[in-house]
Design a protein around this ligand. Structure first.
Ligand code: ASP
Length: 326
C-alpha cells in the first residue's frame, strides 16, 4: 500500500503521456514483445548517440539515487555512467554500512528519504521482493537492480539486447544456460524474457544441486517453450546459438562444503569451443571466477565484454523512459 501518493504536479517539461513515465521496473514479467522492441530501439539510439557525441543533456536536472545493499561493479557503475551520459546527477550509496541502514533504518524509510531528494531510485538488495517493497513507499520510479536470488530485470534486458545486436535476431534461437541456475538471478530473468520470442529452445546445463528452479521452468513451460536439462555440455553445444555461462554464487550457499563440490563444475576453454558453431556467442553476466578461461577472450564469439557495454545503452534507455524523455 503506497504511503506517499504520487504528486499531481509534474516536474516542468516531463512528457506525462510517455508510455513508461513514472513506471517501476521490477520484473521482466512486465514486458511484452512490443515493449522489448521499443526498449531496444531506444537503446540502439543511445548507442549511436554515445558513439557520436558521448554525453548529452536529455536528463539534465534529474537525479538518480543508486542504492546498493550488495556488491556490484557493472550494474552500479553503468547506472551511474548512464545517468551522467544523459546529463543527470547521481547520489551513489554503495556502502550502506556508512548510511543510516547501519543504525537500523528500514528499507521503506531509506527509500522514502531518497525519494525526497531524487527523481528515480535504482535498488540492489539481498532479499527477494525488496524492489517491489521499495516501490510501495517511493512515489518515484524504482528500478530493480537485483533482488537476492529473485530477478535482475535490467540484466536480462541487456542480455537480450546483446543477442539482437550480435546475432541480428531474437527468434529461432537455441539458448544454453550453464552453471549455477539455482541461485543465478540473471538466468531466472533471462529464461522468462526469452519466452516472448518465436521458436526458442532452452537448455539448462548444471550440477544436480544447482538446477533451474521449478517455478521458473513452470512459467516457461506455460508459454510453450521447450526446455531440457543436462549435467554435461557436450551434447547441446554444437546446436547452441547462445551459450550463457554463469558463476557459482558462493555468497548464496549456506553450506560452503557444497559450494566446494560444485564450484569448478564447468570451465569453458578454447578447446570446448571447437565443438561450437562458428556463428554463435558466449555470454556471461560477469563477474567471472574460473568458469571461462581467459584464453577464450580472444575468440570473436566471446561476447561478454561487449555485453557489459550494451548494458550502458539499455540502462540509459530505461532511465530516459521512466523519466518521461523517451
Ligand atoms: N552480476 C550478476 C548479478 O548481480 C551476476 C553475478 O553476480 O554472478 O546477478
Amino acid at each position: 500500500m503506497p504511503t506517499k501518493p504520487k504528486s499531481p504536479y509534474l516536474p516542468f517539461g516531463d512528457q506525462q503521456t510517455a508510455p513508461w513515465y513514472g513506471k517501476n521496473i521490477l520484473s521482466v514479467k512486465q514486458f511484452n514483445r512490443a515493449d522489448l522492441e521499443y526498449i531496444f530501439s531506444v537503446a540502439h539510439e543511445m548507442r549511436v548517440m554515445v558513439e557520436r557525441i558521448g554525453t548529452f543533456d536529455l536528463l539534465k536536472g534529474k537525479i538518480l539515487a543508486n542504492l546498493f545493499y550488495e556488491p556490484s561493479t557493472r550494474t552500479f557503475a553503468s547506472f551511474m555512467a548512464a545517468m551522467q551520459r544523459l546529463g543527470g546527477a547521481v547520489i551513489p550509496i554503495s556502502e550502506v554500512r556508512y548510511s543510516s541502514v547501519a543504525k537500523g533504518e528500514s528499507l521503506p524509510d531509506t527509500v522514502r528519504t531518497l525519494a525526497a531528494y531524487a527523481d528515480v531510485i535504482v535498488l540492489r538488495h539481498p532479499e527477494v521482493g525488496a524492489a517491489a517493497l521499495a516501490a510501495q513507499f517511493a512515489g518515484k520510479p524504482v528500478i530493480n537492480a537485483g533482488d537476492g536470488v529473485g530477478e535482475h530485470p535490467t540484466q536480462a534486458l541487456l542480455d537480450v539486447f546483446t543477442v539482437k545486436e550480435e546475432l541480428g535476431r531474437l527468434d529461432n534461437l537455441t539458448v544454453t544456460m550453464l552453471g549455477d541456475l539455482k541461485y543465478g538471478r540473471t538466468v531466472h530473468s533471462l529464461a522468462r524474457l526469452l519466452t516472448r520470442f518465436d521458436n526458442i529452445k532452452l537448455n539448462y546445463v548444471s550440477p544436480e544441486l544447482l538446477r533451474m528452479p521449478r517455478e521458473v521452468m513452470e512459467e516457461v513451460a506455460e508459454k510453450g517453450i521447450p526446455q531440457k536439462e543436462y549435467t554435461v555440455l557436450d551434447e547441446v553445444l554444437p546446436v547452441t546459438d547462445v551459450l550463457y555461462v554463469t558463476r557459482v554464487q558462493r555468497e548464496r550457499f549456506d553450506n560452503l562444503e557444497e559450494y566446494e563440490k560444485v564450484k569448478d563444475a564447468y570451465v569453458i576453454t578454447p578447446k570446448t569451443l571447437e565443438k561450437a558453431k562458428q556463428k554463435m556467442i558466449v555470454m556471461h553476466p560477469l563477474p567471472r571466477v574460473n568458469e571461462i578461461d581467459m584464453e577464450v577472450d580472444k575468440d570473436p564469439r566471446a561476447a561478454y565484454f561487449r555485453q557489459m557495454e550494451y548494458g550502458l545503452y539499455v540502462r540509459m534507455a530505461l532511465l530516459a523512459m521512466v523519466l518521461g524523455k523517451a
